[in-house]
Every structure is written in C-alpha cells, then in structure tokens.
Design a protein around this ligand. Structure first.
Ligand SMILES: C[S@@+](CC[C@H](N)C(=O)[O-])C[C@H]1O[C@@H](n2cnc3c(N)ncnc32)[C@H](O)[C@@H]1O
Length: 313
C-alpha cells in the first residue's frame, strides 16, 4: 500500500493567522500527513512545542515515522472531541498559543481504495477515519432504517433525491447488501440522475455517509469549546472547513463567543456585562485561484480565525 501525499491547504494563511511564537506551544488537531505541522515546527525554537492529533492510526504512524527525532513534537491518536482527556497536563497548565483544525479527510484517506471513502476507487464500503470505530459504512447501510438513511442523505448531503436513494438501498439489500463503493455509486447513478456540472451523482451521498460514520459535526461542536479553554489569552484558533455544514458550526461558535453572554432581550445590558471570550480576526479566507489550480482539493476550503480574549478578573 503506497501512501499518497497530502497537499496542505491555505498554509501561508494558517501560519500567518497563528502568529507563531518561536517558544510557543501549539496543537495541530488534525495532523493528517503533517503538512501544516511541519510549517509550524519550522518556525519554532528548540523551546517551542507542537502536539499532533489524529483519529486515524495511519496518520499517527506517519507522524511517528516522520517526526520521531524531533523532541519538540509529540502525537496522540484521538478524536479532537476529547481534547480535555488527551492533552498532556503541560498543555493545560501552560495554555496553548495556537490551535489548528483542518477538517475533513486527507488525500491518503481518499486515494486509498481500501479506506472506502471515494466512489472513484473500487473498495469496501468502510469510510471510518478511526479504524477502531465498529461502524463501517457497509454495516450502517445494511442496518439503518429507511427514515434514517433518508434523513442522513438529506441533512448531511443536502441530497434532493434522498428518499429515492434510501428506498433503492433498502430494496437492494433485501437481495444482497451493498459491499463496495462502486456498487453504491452505480445504484445512486441509476436512481438519482443529478445534473450538477462536474459532480458525480454519488458525491452528496458519499459525503453524508462519511459525516454520519465519523460523527464529524458532533466532534467539531464538542471540540471548539474545549479548544477555547485550552488557549492562553491572546492565543489563536484557526479552523479550515470544507463544506457549509462544518463552516456553519464554526461561524456560529465564533460569533457567539465574540458576542459574549446571552441576556433576556428585555434586560438593559452594558458592554462590560457581555464578557466576550473571543475576538474574530479578519474576514474568512479562501484559497487563491493559483492555489486551486495547483491543488483542486483546496477549492471549497474556508479559513476562520479567532483570538482568545483576556478573561475578566
Ligand atoms: C484535511 S486532513 C488534515 C491534513 C493536514 N493538515 C496536513 O497538512 O497533512 C484532516 C485529518 O483530520 C483527521 N480528523 C478528522 N476528524 C477528526 C477528529 N474528530 N479527531 C481527530 N482527527 C480527525 C482525519 O483523519 C484527517 O487525517
């Protein structure tokens, strides 16, 4: 099995957003193949520290193999939804200077047919980022009720033929359960002739199943408040999303933290009562056309950055 490279997205923008302090303490919550981590390490002194997390064992094996000689770096296999449990005490005591989330899947996950993420490669319907997760896509497709299939395709894929596709899957699995990515892609193509230019009709359903299997949106929602707590005042949080469902969670979280506490509408509230916890830095950033030309997978990326504010005494 060869490991394809992952071209990191918005690297310069991320590095600038994190304002790397040479002696700082950083977290790359989605190590992947370490594209961003290497750029962070290149700017750290011998006193700086970087932790890399990933829920995919292949990413962590790669981290160990490629960065094992670097005493500034340590890595852990974990979901970023469990930051409170996995970050070493030193990170909590000292506070982090910056945290990066580069959400979604890596190129090796997409490109390796046996991971089952892509309808372009024939492989088992797996789609687990964390190989210890007992729920594969094949198992979910074999067991889920029709209404759940429909709901997931609609909510996580914004798929307009969700009902038809769910029905076709139920019918198919009475004959033989779906086993491979190409079987599923062919079935979707038969019943949902999407005419979105440049998009395979299975794109949305594959995205939806992946989000469901990996609990992607729940993990992001759980991780952001923990990340904020781990930052020092002045520490930066940078999040790259790849679709609107992810981005909405990030945007709403940033907005709420920047606005501060909620009060009943009829209460007169002064600015100093609000207690905002974050300041939004700049406008959301998207890749340049030059980056998209070099790396088409960057095309839907959007980077949001915020800074933790001093808490009131
Ligand atoms: C887009 S890739 C990151 C690529 C990385 N920035 C690089 O340059 O190589 C996203 C990575 O996040 C990991 N990931 C996704 N959700 C995660 C979660 N909840 N916890 C930990 N890692 C996660 C995936 O396994 C994948 O390796």
């Amino acid at each position: 099995m060869t490991d394809s490279v992952h071209e990191p997205v918005l690297v310069n923008e991320v590095i600038e957003a994190l304002r790397i302090q040479p002696n700082g303490f950083y977290l790359d919550a989605t190590f992947g193949r370490g594209g961003h981590s290497r750029q962070i390490l290149a700017r750290l002194s011998q006193l700086g520290r970087l932790i890399g997390l990933d829920k995919d064992q292949a990413a962590i094996d790669y981290a160990h193999a490629s960065l094992k000689g670097d005493h500034r770096f340590s890595s852990f296999k974990s979901s970023f939804a469990k930051l409170d449990d996995v970050l070493p005490q030193a990170a909590t005591d000292q506070g982090l200077d910056g945290i990066l989330f580069d959400l979604g899947v890596s190129s090796p996950q997409l490109d390796q047919a046996e991971r089952g993420f892509s309808f372009q490669n024939d492989g088992p319907l797996d789609m687990r980022m964390d190989q210890a997760n007992p729920l594969t896509a094949a198992r979910w497709l074999a067991d889920a009720e029709e209404f759940e299939l429909r709901k997931v395709f609609r909510q996580y894929g914004e798929e307009r033929y969700a009902g038809r596709i769910a029905k076709a899957i139920i019918k198919q699995r009475q004959i033989q359960p779906l086993q491979t990515t190409t079987q599923l892609a062919a079935l979707i193509k038969q019943v949902a002739p999407t005419k979105e230019p440049g998009k395979h009709p299975a794109t949305r359903v594959f995205q939806a199943i992946r989000i469901r299997i990996n609990q992607e949106l729940q993990d992001i929602a759980a991780a952001l408040p923990q990340a904020l707590n781990k930052l020092k005042p002045g520490g930066r949080l940078a999040v790259i999303s790849f679709h609107s469902l992810e981005d909405r969670i990030v945007k709403q979280f940033f907005k709420k933290q920047a606005r501060g506490d909620d009060y009943p509408l009829d209460l007169p509230v002064t600015a100093d009562m609000l207690n905002p916890r974050m300041k939004i830095i700049g406008k959301p950033l998207r890749p340049t056309q030059a980056e998209i030309d070099l790396n088409p997978r960057a095309r839907s990326a959007i980077l949001r950055v915020a800074e933790k504010m001093d808490s009131r005494p």
